[in-house]
Design a protein around this ligand. Structure first.
Ligand SMILES: [Zn+2]
Length: 62
């Protein structure tokens, strides 16, 4: 998982945080990560709206 301190423009949707970071190859990536305990959801997206949509629609597994 990328280091959180490299994320910028972090916003939270419920338990899910969306942040923007550089992938080290000159491209911007957008990552959604769920911070709930025992939830391993995370995803990388090329577009910020896609990451935010994934965050808003995420439901933790019980
Ligand atoms: Zn979750």
């Amino acid at each position: 998982m990328p280091r959180p301190n490299r994320f910028t423009n972090v916003v939270r949707f419920g338990p899910v945080q969306v942040g923007t970071h550089y992938d080290g190859r000159g491209r911007t990536k957008h990552t959604a990560v769920c911070t709930a305990p025992r939830c391993n959801f995370s995803g990388d997206y090329d577009e910020r709206p896609a990451a935010e949509l994934a965050a808003r629609t995420h439901r933790c597994n019980p």
